[in-house]
Ligand binder design. Structure first.
Ligand code: F58
Length: 827
């Protein structure tokens, strides 16, 4: 069967424009019914909600197709430099709403569905979001591709089409239970498989070096197994600009040859099992959020998608006669953390072994084609692959890495003669506890630029994580502060605020977020503040309705909404938030504070724990246990309530963030690389209570100290305390309120008298407390008291909230993209 080259012809119809359905209600209805009849094979009268959702999605898709094809043609013709964003994760969120927004079809679709007797909200709710990421890093990739399309920058997002995304979280007896996320099971209307672009990927086997006639060494890799990478294309529409870029996600398939070999040997069952082995590669997203496990399948995933992507660009995207010495003029591969770093030896292998380049020339090309973004400061999060495993799976790549390292260490020796300690410190190869490849070092050595994701993070990256490298190559290091897309996180998530903004300053802010500055004078306008408060109130009511229906939670819609949503990790300090809640509750039930003096607050948590992260799961249990008791205790009724809706994801974020009054960004200083939730909250008019960490630093600088509740140790203070020796139990002894709070927790009050159930968390706090929760407790409570005082003056609070919105335009991912373009990509 032919899956070969594209159809090329001089036939007159071959160059005609693609016919797009009319952007009218009639045109939409007609297309929709056509999709229902001919696409789904059903009648409106017999269709299910899923049929209708799929037909609606395919209708919207039609409106994007002409632009997609046109963008592709234009990109091929202009041959501009492309950003190849390499990311193992894309946390996309639902597509339907975003694509209706991008095409400006929201109102038309709504009326068209009404005309068919369908409530469009029901169809929107039918979509399962593609949860192909863990958290911030994956969501950042999704924001970046959105911005690049909106800015008409050529970009191909490369990644993995996991069959199962991040697990669905449920609670059983207050404990997290993970359910597989079979997001594809009802059909996925947003993807296009392209079997004609499939790629063969090799693993295992051995290498052999021979010398050919002209004395050149040649290496051949004889792999012992292969899989097929099947690309699925997703549309990435720009905001109403006629641009649609491509996200290309790879799915693993067994090769025919592989199957037949075993099949011919007579073992049919084994042949089918072999297929499963191959297909396992893209089966499931690893749900770890900061501690990589070093599992073989994960390395297979990494190499799989990177090999597919490089091959796809070099052999299927560039013209056949392209001179690869100019490769950097056509592509910059941005490495989203270390997960795709195996692309570096892969490109060297392609250039040297397949294309016949000399090593030095290949290295020169390779260095110009990669840039590396680091997203962490936690030492345990830096990926390291055992040389044994890497050599077994990718023998040629390990050889290449060794050679890169040798030549690099020569350079170090030349720059610092006699300093063998330095050489050992900087080696890409670690020797203890086992020989292993430090992927961040490999990335740093090869990349043209290395960036952190917020100013503080980039500074600490230079000073603490990669100090030797930043001394050797100071110009290599730069910062690009993260950003978020205003399309999804303001315009789509917060329609009411968006309408108010547009009425007030026009709609330019959607693609030029700095324009929000024009809002500043309105902070002093009582009428505007009134409208702004009404928006917040309506968003809260929308949220309380949702949580009633979705989770059976009864929440007072007038209370201050205090929200902490992010992955569950000790360094993010959900336990600090919990101690605050318990202390408020303790104040009332012990009679120290009359209930009437407590500011009514609803605390909302959203957090998934990595399934193997035991302490994180104990913390989830404890939050739920405290919620149960606080919510049921008449002593604090109408004053304190705690909600922990299960399965926090992008879809829920879009409802929660617009409703929030207070944004909790309380990581231990020096641990959160940037944070991006912090930006989404500020842009939606929440005030932040936060430490001097990650992008909080920049948010505070921009919105102003008076409109931000800062607390806690600074990074240097954390360092100093660590050096002095931190004893959490001493802090506990010295602060009566902290003692009372912890004692109440430890007593089993929240766990039906069961002290064992709280012991893991309490004991850890008292005897380890790696992230200094107790050390910051007092400062946190004081800051929360300032929050209460500020909230008591609605006018002053709204003024601050409006100024947060007006001054947060900097945190658009459009700005991040401009910074990458200027500082790194030069595209
Ligand atoms: C996050 N990293 C940072 N990693 O923690 C956060 O501060 C930052 O804002 C965000 O990146 C974007 O730059 C993060 O989300 C992961 O999820 C990895 C997934 C794979 C395993 C290792 C962590």
């Amino acid at each position: 069967r032919r899956i070969g080259p594209a159809f090329r012809t001089s036939h007159p119809l071959a160059s005609g424009p693609v016919v797009q359905p009319a952007p009218t209600v009639d045109g939409f209805v007609e297309t929709f019914l056509g999709e229902l009849n001919y696409g789904q094979g059903t009648l409106l009268s017999q269709s299910t909600v899923n049929d209708q959702y799929l037909a609606l999605a395919r209708t919207v898709r039609r409106y994007l197709m002409a632009d997609w094809l046109e963008t592709g043609t234009r990109r091929r013709q202009t041959q501009q430099k492309t950003v190849g964003y390499l990311s193992a994760e894309y946390l996309l969120g639902r597509q339907l709403g975003n694509n209706l927004l991008a095409t400006n079809l929201q109102d038309i679709a709504q009326v068209a569905m009404e005309r068919c007797g369908i409530d469009i909200a029901t169809l929107r709710a039918q979509e399962v979001e593609p949860g192909l990421g863990n958290g911030g890093l994956g969501r950042l990739a999704a924001c970046f591709v959105d911005s690049l399309a909106t800015m008409d920058v050529p970009c191909i997002g490369y990644g993995i089409r996991y069959e199962y995304g991040i697990f669905r979280q449920t609670f059983e007896a207050d404990r997290q239970v993970e359910v597989p996320d079979s997001w594809l099971s009802l059909g996925n209307p947003w993807e296009f498989p392209h079997p004609e672009r499939q790629v063969l990927v090799s693993f295992g086997g051995s290498t052999e070096t021979t010398t050919d006639a002209d004395g050149r060494e040649r290496c051949t890799w004889t792999p012992d197994w292969q899989v097929i990478g099947m690309p699925y294309h997703y549309m990435v529409p720009g905001h109403r600009n006629g641009v649609v870029n491509t996200l290309r996600l790879w799915s693993a398939r067994a090769t025919q040859a592989f199957d037949l070999q075993i099949f011919n040997s007579g073992d049919y069952a084994q042949a089918v099992r072999a297929q499963t082995t191959a297909e396992n590669i893209s089966k499931v997203l690893y749900p770890e959020d900061s501690t990589p496990q070093g599992k073989e399948l994960r390395l297979q995933q990494q190499y799989f998608f990177v090999a597919c992507s490089l091959h796809d660009f070099i052999d299927n995207t560039l013209p056949a006669d392209f001179d690869l010495r100019r490769l950097h003029q056509r592509i910059i591969f941005q490495l989203n953390d270390t997960h795709p770093v195996i692309a570096i030896p892969e490109l060297m292998r392609i250039l040297v072994d397949r294309k016949g380049f000399a090593w030095d020339e290949a290295w020169e090309i390779t260095q110009k084609c990669f840039a590396y973004t680091c997203h962490t400061l936690l030492p345990e999060a830096l990926e390291v692959w055992s040389a044994e495993l890497l050599g077994r799976l990718l023998p040629r790549h390990l050889e290449i890495i060794y050679r890169i390292n040798e030549e690099f260490l020569e350079e170090v020796r030349e720059a610092h003669p006699g300093d063998e300690m330095l050489v050992r410190r900087m080696s890409i190869i670690a020797e203890h506890p086992e020989r292993a490849v430090r992927m961040a070092y490999l990335a740093t050595v090869a990349a043209s630029k290395v960036n952190g994701v917020a100013e503080l993070h980039s500074q600490l990256l230079r000073d603490k994580v990669l100090p030797d490298f930043s001394r050797l190559w100071p110009e290599k290091f730069t910062n690009v502060t993260n950003g978020v897309t205003p399309r999804r996180f303001v315009r789509l998530a917060n329609r009411r605020l968006s309408d108010l903004l547009t009425e007030t300053i026009g709609d330019g802010w959607v693609t030029d977020l700095d324009r929000l500055r024009e809002l500043e004078p309105y902070a002093d306008d009582a009428g505007f503040r009134e409208q702004f408060r009404a928006v917040k109130q309506a968003n809260k009511e929308r949220l309380t309705t949702l949580l009633r229906v979705r989770d059976g939670l009864e929440l007072p819609p007038e209370a201050m909404l205090d929200v902490m949503v992010k992955r569950l990790h000790e360094y993010k300090r959900q336990t600090l938030k919990l101690l605050h809640i318990v202390s408020l509750y303790d104040d009332v039930v012990s009679g120290r504070v009359p209930a009437e003096q407590v500011t009514p607050r609803t605390f909302v948590f959203g957090a998934k724990a990595a399934p193997g992260y035991h302490l994180a799961k104990e913390i989830i249990f404890l939050i739920n246990a405290v919620a149960d008791v606080v919510n049921a205790d008449p002593a604090v009724a109408g004053r304190l309530s705690v909600a922990f809706p299960a399965n926090y994801n992008v879809t829920l974020a879009e409802k929660l963030i617009p409703a929030a009054d207070l944004s909790e960004q309380i990581s231990l200083a020096g641990k959160e690389a940037s944070g991006t939730g912090n930006m989404k909250f500020a842009l939606n008019g929440a005030l932040t209570i936060g430490t001097d960490d990650g992008a909080n630093v920049e948010i505070r600088r921009l919105v102003g100290d008076e409109h931000f509740f800062l607390f806690g140790m600074t990074e240097p203070e954390v360092e100093e305390l660590t050096a002095r020796g931190y004893t959490p139990s001493a802090v506990y002894e010295s602060d009566p309120q902290l003692r009372s709070t912890i004692d109440l927790l430890a007593s089993g009050h929240f766990t039906g008298g069961d002290r064992q159930a709280v012991a893991p968390v309490v004991d850890n706090l008292l005897h380890q407390d790696s992230f200094m929760v107790l050390a910051d407790f007092r400062a946190y409570l004081d800051a929360q008291a300032r929050v209460d005082a500020a909230y008591a003056d609605p006018d002053a609070w709204s003024r601050s909230a409006i100024l947060n919105v007006a001054r947060s335009g900097y945190f658009s991912s459009d700005r991040s993209m401009r910074d990458y373009l200027e500082r790194i990509w030069h595209a």
